[in-house]
Design a protein around this ligand. Structure first.
Ligand SMILES: [Zn+2]
Length: 408
């Protein structure tokens, strides 16, 4: 089994192209000639298979514009699972999974996860973007990659207790957040990876409710390092973005997801999902066949959030995206008072409302300035009891140091 996966390395490793996210081929014809016992699986629709001299030539064609790195060829002794999915938007999608045969039924189990994932993405975000081509998965020797209409899968059918395959779901999320919506500069990669990662806890919540949602978010929270801001308003290359020593690296995933969780708690589901929909499709009521892949960037998302809410949330993004460090909630407990104050990098304004539970009763503070609450020494106080807000947590810093010291 062989496969290409050139995100970061560059599409120009195996075909001539301009390796920049702003440049997308409008269509691609992909021909691969392989030994007779092998199959070449790629993007778009299979046009033909021709045989000559003991070899087969597979011709794949996509007629949708495509990220350069999302063009991929996968070669193996594949067999094929096929099905269809009736979309609530009225179209019927072709589902295909090119897999390496094995003795158990894990391939079928993974294939059976796809319709429910489609239900989720179509309900939460909008129509599957490439319905005129296919929903495709292919076994790969690498962990996974968001190759348009032919998602690479190599997660070994792992289980983690959440009831779905997180890698398959993550790569599939990129059909919306990377392939349909593409950042116009890698500085905005959090739009791919933050949304792409937030879709896993969101799906856990969709399937089984609050406990898996919060548990998933907690596992992401523990990995956030806050060394570089998610967005720096510069034109960046792969190394400046992915390399943890030079840029946000893994924070694009975990911190991006927690920022989106916090935003959703702040503005509510209606505004959050309607702004997200316009970001992805460029329209509020997308229908199959009426939209094309589009380029966007952070600033458009901020404007869409402001429009959807009728308020100015620039302060939220100024702190969470453009600063490396998280806001700190300063807490002072005096004899009969609890004093709370947001401290932000560069003293940026941060009027983030805060829930405080005192002996089980929740008060919401506006936090426009320093807040004081009457609290006695024996009162039980829980700050942000529903875990709505991404903020500095000493316990997490301590845990990260402990893990480092103990090589965990
Ligand atoms: Zn990803």
């Amino acid at each position: 089994m062989d496969a290409t996966a050139v995100q970061g390395g560059g599409c120009d490793l195996f075909w001539p192209c301009i390796d920049n996210p702003q440049v997308e081929p409008m269509a691609a014809d992909i021909y691969f000639t392989v030994d007779n016992n092998l199959i070449a699986a790629s993007n778009g629709r299979l046009q033909s298979v021709t045989e000559s001299n003991g070899r087969k030539t597979f011709h794949w064609r996509t007629e949708t514009s495509i990220n350069n790195y999302a063009i991929s060829v996968n070669i193996g002794p594949y067999e094929l699972l096929e099905g269809t999915y009736q979309s609530s938007f009225g179209n019927t999608l072709d589902l295909v999974y090119y897999y390496v045969p094995r003795k158990d039924d894990k391939v079928q189990q993974l294939f059976d996860e796809i319709p429910r994932m489609l239900d989720f993405f179509e309900q939460m975000i909008g129509p599957y973007p490439f319905g005129n081509e296919k929903v495709g998965v292919v076994d790969t020797p690498h962990l996974g990659m968001e190759h348009q209409t032919i998602n690479g899968y190599g997660n070994g059918f792992k289980k983690d207790g959440y009831g779905f395959d997180s890698i398959l779901q993550h790569e599939f999320a990129h059909e919306w957040f990377a392939n349909q919506l593409t950042n116009n500069n890698l500085d905005h990669l959090w739009l791919h990876e933050g949304f792409g990662t937030y879709m896993q806890p969101l799906y856990a919540q969709y399937l089984n409710g609050e406990r898996p949602y919060q548990s998933y978010l907690q596992s992401l929270r523990e990995k956030i390092v806050n060394k570089f801001p998610l967005v720096s308003n510069k034109v960046l290359n792969d190394d400046q973005v992915y390399n943890d020593e030079k840029g946000p690296g893994q924070d694009l995933y975990q911190k991006g997801a927690l920022v989106l969780h916090t935003l959703r708690q702040l503005i509510g589901d209606d505004a959050f999902f309607s702004a997200t929909r316009v970001l992805v499709y460029g329209m509020s009521d997308p229908k199959p066949g009426q939209f094309k892949p589009r380029l966007s960037e952070t600033n458009e998302f901020i404007q869409l959030i402001n429009k959807a809410t009728g308020k100015d949330y620039q302060w939220f993004f100024d702190v969470y995206l453009y600063q490396a460090e998280l806001p700190i909630l300063e807490q002072k407990r005096e004899q009969s008072k609890l004093i709370l104050n947001w401290k932000t990098p560069n003293s940026l304004p941060f009027p983030m409302p805060l829930d405080v539970s005192i002996n089980g009763e929740i008060t919401t503070l506006t936090m426009n300035s320093i807040e004081e609450l009457d609290v006695s020494a024996k009162d039980v106080v829980i700050i942000d009891p529903m875990s709505k807000i991404l903020k500095h947590e000493k316990a997490i810093d301590d845990y990260q140091i402990y893990k480092k010291e103990n090589n965990k």
